[in-house]
Design a protein around this ligand. Sequence first.
Ligand code: SF4
Ligand code: SF4
Length: 210
Amino acid sequence: MGSVKDYFSSLGYGIASLLKGMQVTGKEFITPKITEKYPENRENPPVAPRFRAILELKYDSEGRHKCIACGICERQCPNGTIKLTTKMVDTPDGKKKRKLDNYMYDLGSCTFCQLCVTNCPQDALEFNNDFEQAVFTRDKLVKKLNYLPEKEEPAPTPEELARMQAEREAKIAAAKAAAAAKKAAAAKATQDTPAKDTPQENAGNPSPDK
Ligand code: SF4
Ligand code: SF4
């Protein structure tokens, strides 16, 4: 008797489960369908604006990026996806400055964690949502992000050059004055220190112990 009861109990449970599944199926059956006609809708693809497809440098309207080649993004990347090379250039005020030479990004190893973007002190990076990045060979996934020709910094005006020169001379003069003051202080300290007795002076004065 017990086995018959178990049989009908299992049967009822199975039918209830089937109806529940059919309910979900039926609901999806009458839900309006959305068919993306890709690639016909390529001009206006339904991609979320924040979708992370590929990293890029932000360029302003004059074609300049804000990267200062500090290397933070390269160090923060957990996958070694970013490789920077830099160069030293002379600035108009006579100093040396590090500049970006090559910003290489390997899309094939990027996990889109965005650590590079969030840690950039210059807000120089962003993700583009252009999802069509398929290529036939992996080496084509390595991209140079500073692809635009480097634009020269605007040349300083004569007034700015004069100001830079004056600042540099003032710094040199201040450094010389500080060095001279330090030297004079050291010389004075030497003069003020009492001279120690020399061995010759002590030669005729036997020790009290003797
Ligand atoms: S992109 Fe940003 S973090 Fe990376 S080197 Fe340039 S300034 Fe530094
Ligand atoms: S998103 Fe993450 S993995 Fe990709 S380059 Fe940036 S730090 Fe590296």
